[in-house]
Design a protein around this ligand. Structure first.
Ligand code: GRF
Length: 214
């Protein structure tokens, strides 16, 4: 097994960042549960195999997940990368991909769990927020943390301004960690994820380097 499957539901800006970082060659398939997800255009632009599986066509969450898993497994994808995939996954799916399922969440977990993390952070008037990349377990937005990055949440005139800062960071941090997953530089011991550091990391992280922890 090698490479990754990317699951999306919407805009696909993280998918674009992953592709633009040169990781498109490692993407075995892109799956969307929504036919109108703009991210599908990005997948097409990079000539990636795409699949639209509408969750509404299935009787249960697990039936839908089993259909997606058939596609992922037929492409021999080692890691399953959630990139704005707006579905809660069944226990069956999470178990099937133990230690292979990775998510990005737009807050410093465990703060601000759920679908409106940026809104929660903005309304709470926190001074710092950020991004968390973690292995997925059957607890929503929990699971071993692989990396986190921080952004200042001060002087954001509105939620959109905070979202912009967070998304810029996501687009650096997710490709960075996905590359390390692919090259075998991420390990998991019990509930502790570790990432090997190397000399090229600072070049890749650029202006964000000081605010990223892994
Ligand atoms: C990102 O903010 C990510 O943290 C969250 O969903 C959003 C997806 O955005 N899980 P996009 O579709 O990649 O633009």
């Amino acid at each position: 097994m090698s490479g990754i499957a990317v699951l999306i539901s919407g805009r696909g800006s993280n998918l674009a960042a992953i592709c633009n970082a040169g990781l498109d060659k490692s993407i075995r398939c892109v799956i969307s549960n929504r036919a109108d997800a703009p991210g599908l255009h990005i997948a097409n632009k990079f000539n990636l195999p795409t699949y639209i599986i509408d969750h509404k066509q299935f009787n249960s969450r697990e039936d839908f997940d089993r259909e997606i898993a058939k596609i992922i497994d037929s492409h021999n994808s080692q890691y399953i990368i959630l990139a704005g995939f707006m579905r809660i996954l069944s226990d069956w799916f999470v178990h099937h991909y133990t230690e292979r399922l990775v998510n990005i969440h737009p807050s410093l977990l465990p703060a601000f769990i759920g679908g409106n993390a940026i809104e929660q952070a903005f309304n709470t008037k926190v001074k710092i927020s950020g991004v968390t990349i973690h292995f997925v377990t059957n607890q929503l937005d929990q699971g071993p943390i692989i990396a986190q990055g921080a952004v200042s949440a001060t002087n954001c005139p509105n939620e959109g301004a905070l979202a912009d800062r967070i998304h810029r960071l996501e687009h650096i941090l997710y490709p960075f960690i996905i590359r390390k997953l692919i090259t075998g530089e991420v390990s998991l011991t019990g509930s502790v994820a570790s990432v090997a550091k190397n000399n090229n990391d600072l070049d890749f992280l650029g202006e964000f380097a000081a605010n990223i922890f892994y």
